[in-house]
Design a binder for this molecule. Structure first.
Ligand code: FMN
Length: 202
């Protein structure tokens, strides 16, 4: 099994120890995000995904001024020190990609194809996740480490106000990335035979 694509898939890992540095110019990050959004497929070619990228000081603002206060407001007091440490880890990174879905694009498809109306919301989630995976893998190919976070809906309104994100967009995930300052943790694998079933192979 040798293909550069699968090598990239295998190399992608969750990295939490990240620096406020980038191995590549910001212009290259932007190009990778554009290529991701152009070429990742979507259900019925909905192109419903939106990606907002926060770099440098904007990234820091997100974690220090928006996520931290939002989590602190709901975290039990005794849990906060540990949460704060975790959030500092994300803040110390270089950038965050925010993955959204545009509900109008989903609604249009539901109106155009009533037979599949109930399926489109789920397919929208699938579509968004594919973008997350491709960008995560592509950034790590460039020498970034990255991890995927979920702080919606706690942070949605503040982000919308600060960066002019349409309020209707639905925030699905936050991909945090920076130059790695540590390795991925150990990862256990369930036996493949318990998870893959092939019938009719020659
Ligand atoms: C859909 C999805 C949601 C995830 N959500 C989180 C998350 O909220 N916080 C986090 O630290 N990691 C999150 N992860 C990372 C997983 O824990 C991680 O991918 C998994 O343990 C396998 O490790 P690896 O990424 O190093 O291969 C998520 C991963 C996926 C695919």
């Amino acid at each position: 099994m040798s293909s550069s694509f699968l090598d990239a898939v295998k190399a992608r890992r969750t990295i939490y120890a990240l620096k406020h540095e980038s191995p590549i110019p910001d212009s290259k990050i932007q190009e990778i995000v554009k290529q991701t959004i152009l070429h990742v497929p979507s259900s019925f070619n909905s192109q419903s995904t939106r990606i907002v990228v926060l770099l440098g000081d904007d990234h820091t603002h997100l974690w220090e001024e928006i996520v931290k206060p939002a989590v602190k407001a709901v975290a039990p007091a005794e849990a906060w020190p540990q949460s704060e440490q975790r959030l500092n880890g994300f803040k110390n990174a270089y950038g965050t990609a925010l993955f959204y879905e545009e509900p109008k694009d989903i609604l249009k498809l539901q109106e155009a194809f009533p037979l599949y109306s109930e399926n489109f919301p789920q397919w929208s989630e699938h579509t968004n996740a594919m973008h997350q995976f491709v960008l995560w893998t592509a950034l790590e190919q460039e020498g970034f480490g990255a991890n995927l976070q979920h702080y919606s809906p706690l942070i949605d309104d503040k982000i919308a106000a600060k960066w002019g994100v349409p309020g209707a967009w639905s925030l699905k995930a936050q991909l945090v990335f920076g130059t790695p300052a540590g390795e991925a943790g150990d990862k256990a694998f369930k036996p493949v035979e318990e998870r893959v079933f092939v019938h009719g192979a020659k």
